[in-house]
Design a binder for this molecule. Structure first.
Ligand code: COA
Length: 415
């Protein structure tokens, strides 16, 4: 079966996590992704957080599947020429260098346009134009500057960053959408364009509901679904809401059987209004169905703590999986807190290709997260990440270089 992005060539000048997440997705959709790295060094993550000496780290392998790797020293005059031929032959250049690095290499937007007016130049930067535009940024900086950290955690504790890499992988996702959109527009205009995804903007986009709450707070002074209500104080800014639901149906994390020894014996329980009667019956409180303190969603808001304490008395008698089974029979929305160990062993995630086992010539077999986006006419086959420079000769030959020319460029340190 053909792939959705077959025929699209990506000059992948990305490193670490945000950019590679984006180009990996494009590769999974069928684009030919050519990753440019420095000879002998490569993407810094190849050797970061290594678990096997001399093998590319899981950090690298899990972000660079289905790509080809070529080594080019883009500061070497001959290397620059090779990069120029790549620019001429590719559709998209993706990069996430520190601000200004591409310009310093001599590859300004104007120069790239001169070489290839159809080229789309897609960048991840920490910040958009403004006071911080020149700053280098990593994941947690973006989570802090994008509003995630100030709204995550418990009210009596410090700001907390999420385990979900919303700054890096989240921005990579945003960039991928920008790239396919620019490719689509190019069909009509014949022109390339610049695509920018700033990490602060990407995180803020994912924290949209908190900006919603900021405005609600300023208007009403109170947010009745937050754990601070009714006994705590609200300040000027949206407070941390612990495990409260971000939507209109109150939820909380509750202990399940075994919580004393298992740090993940918990369930997320949502007191969805349409099934309130069912919830009361399941937890053995049928009298709450018509009780004035509990019968309506509005009446329940000041009593959420008591309600969740009572439900927890029930969930503590069940494992998280037993509770899930029973609650779903009554259409009560809930979700077990799954550990990474449980997820890694989950057979249904393996079946759908969301968790994939990959074989690598140096490190052997390892698990990775496959393509979370499933296209019925463009299935994803996850293939291992490339070794450093594995495809240099192959790509150079495709660009029209002879074996002698390749050998000369190698002896000059250009590739
Ligand atoms: N040949 C020669 N030089 C190369 C090269 C190649 N193939 N590839 C990269 N380089 C050079 C760059 O030109 C740059 O040189 P310069 O500083 O002299 O201009 C240098 O390598 C380092 O690039 P830089 O991006 O500054 O790396 P860093 O390790 O110092 O910073 C980040 C890393 C992630 C902080 C930074 O790249 C950044 O802020 N990126 C944007 C935001 C982002 O994506 N952050 C999340 C990363 S997951």
């Amino acid at each position: 079966m053909s792939k959705a992005l077959a025929g699209v060539r990506i000059l992948d000048f990305t490193h670490v996590q945000s950019g590679p997440t984006c180009t990996q997705l494009l590769a999974w959709f069928g684009a030919d992704v050519i990753k440019v790295e420095r000879a002998g060094i490569g993407d810094i993550t190849r050797e970061q957080l290594r678990d096997i000496p001399d093998a590319d780290s899981l950090y690298f392998t899990m972000l660079n599947h289905n790509k080809r790797s070529v080594t080019i020293d883009t500061k070497n005059p001959e290397g620059k020429k090779v990069l120029e031929s790549l620019v001429k032959s590719c559709d998209v250049l993706v990069e996430n260098f520190a601000p200004g690095a591409l310009d310093r290499m001599g590859f300004t937007w104007e120069r790239i346009q001169e070489l290839n007016p159809k080229m789309i130049v897609a960048s991840v930067k920490g910040f958009g134009p403004g006071p911080y535009e020149d700053c280098k940024v990593y994941e947690n900086v973006a989570q802090c500057a994008g509003g995630a950290a100030s709204t995550t955690g418990f009210d009596d504790g410090p700001p907390v960053v999420s385990g979900a890499q919303i700054g890096d992988s989240g921005t990579g996702l945003h960039l991928a959408l920008g790239i396919v959109t620019a490719l689509y527009q190019r069909n009509a205009t014949g022109r390339g364009q610049k695509v920018l995804a700033a990490m602060q903007d990407g995180v803020l986009n994912l924290c949209r509901v908190k900006l919603r709450d900021q405005q609600r707070l300023e208007r009403t002074g109170v947010m009745k679904e937050y754990p601070q209500y009714p006994n705590g104080e609200f300040g000027e800014a949206v407070p941390r809401a612990g495990n409260a639901s971000g939507g209109g149906q109150p939820g909380w994390i509750l202990k399940c059987k075994g919580w004393e020894t298992d740090p993940n014996a918990y369930i997320y329980f949502i007191t969805q209004a349409p099934v309130w009667g069912e919830i009361c019956k399941v937890i053995g409180k049928p009298e709450w169905i018509d009780h004035p303190n509990f019968s309506t969603a509005a009446a329940r808001l000041p009593h959420l703590k008591d309600i969740f304490a009572e439900i927890e008395q029930w969930t503590m008698t069940k494992t998280k999986f037993e509770a899930m089974e029973i609650l779903n029979q009554h259409d009560i929305p809930c979700g077990p807190i799954l550990s990474m160990k449980e997820i890694a062993e989950d057979t249904s995630l393996r079946k759908t290709g969301t968790i994939v086992e990959v074989d690598h010539p140096v490190r052997g077999k390892y698990l990775t997260v496959g393509n979370p986006i499933k296209l019925s006419d463009s299935p994803t086959d996850v293939t291992r990440s490339p070794l450093l420079g594995e495809h240099t000769d192959e790509v150079m030959t495709e660009l029209g270089y002879t074996a002698d020319q390749i050998a000369t460029l190698r002896s000059l340190g250009a590739i």
